[in-house]
Design a protein around this ligand. Structure first.
Ligand SMILES: Cc1cc2nc3c(=O)[nH]c(=O)nc-3n(C[C@H](O)[C@H](O)[C@H](O)COP(=O)(O)O)c2cc1C
Length: 201
C-alpha cells in the first residue's frame, strides 16, 4: 500500500509537517510505503484559468512539479494533505494545489432539466486525511463564522479527489509555536493511529 503525505506549510519541520509525518509513520508501522512531499520545495504555478483541461478532463496544460505529483497521488492508495490555517483559510501553497485540481472537474449541464452537475474525474477509490494546524483554540475567540466557512470549503478537496472516505484531523492552540505538535505526545499518538487506520480495512 502506498501513501503520499503532502505538507503545505511554508515552515520547515513545523506543526503540519510533524503531524503529517506522524500519520505516515503510523501507516508505515502497519506496512505502508510512505513518502512526504513538502510543497514549499516544489516549483508549482497557479491555475491559469485557460480552461484547456475542459477539452480533455484531467489534463492540465501546464508542466511543472505538480505534473508528476498529481500522477503520484493518482497512483497512491491513500493521501494525507496537511495545511496550517492562514487567515481562516488554507495556505497559498495549498490553495495552489487545490486550484489545479480543477483540471479533474467535469461540470455538466442538462438542457432538459436545466440542472448543473459537478463530478471529478480523478481516479476514485482512495482514502484521505486532511491535517489542519491552527493557532486558535476551539471554540475560537474571534470570528467563528469564518471557521464554519473553512469547514465547508474543505469538503471540496475530497470532492475534487473523488475520495469518499476522508477525515479531518485538527491541531488547535499551536499559536505560532512551530514545536507545539512535537511537544504534544497525545496528539502525535492520535495522528499515528489515524495513519494506521488508513492502512486497516
Ligand atoms: C500569515 C498567518 C496567518 C495565520 N492565520 C491564522 C488564523 O486565521 N487562525 C489560526 O488559528 N491561526 C492562524 N495562524 C497560525 C498558524 O495556523 C499556526 O501557527 C500553525 O500551527 C502553523 O502551522 P506550521 O507550524 O505547520 O507552519 C496564522 C499564521 C500565519 C503565519
Amino acid at each position: 500500500m502506498k501513501i503520499i503525505g503532502i505538507n503545505a506549510s511554508p515552515r520547515k519541520k513545523a506543526n503540519t509537517q510533524t503531524l503529517v509525518e506522524a500519520m505516515l509513520n503510523g501507516a508505515a508501522e502497519k506496512g505502508a510505503e510512505t513518502r512526504l512531499v513538502n510543497l514549499r520545495e516544489l516549483d508549482i504555478n497557479g491555475c491559469m484559468g485557460c480552461e484547456g483541461c475542459k477539452k480533455q478532463i484531467g489534463k492540465c496544460v501546464q508542466r511543472d512539479d505538480l505534473t508528476p505529483l498529481l500522477q503520484e497521488m493518482a497512483a497512491s492508495d491513500a493521501i494525507v494533505l496537511g495545511t496550517p490555517v492562514y487567515w481562516y483559510h488554507v495556505t497559498a501553497q495549498f490553495k495552489m494545489l487545490v486550484d489545479r485540481l480543477y483540471s479533474f472537474i467535469d461540470i455538466a449541464f442538462n438542457p432538459e432539466t436545466g440542472e448543473e452537475s459537478i463530478a471529478s474525474k480523478f481516479p476514485a477509490g482512495r482514502k484521505m486525511s486532511i491535517v489542519i494546524s491552527r493557532g486558535d483554540p476551539e471554540p475560537p475567540p474571534l470570528l467563528p463564522q469564518f471557521y464554519d466557512y473553512l469547514d465547508e470549503w474543505l469538503n471540496l478537496i475530497p470532492l475534487s479527489l473523488n475520495c469518499e472516505q476522508y477525515e479531518v484531523f485538527h491541531q488547535y492552540e499551536a499559536h505560532l509555536d512551530r514545536k507545539a505538535a512535537l511537544n504534544a505526545p497525545e496528539l502525535l499518538k492520535q495522528a499515528a493511529r489515524k495513519g494506521a487506520d488508513l492502512v486497516a480495512g
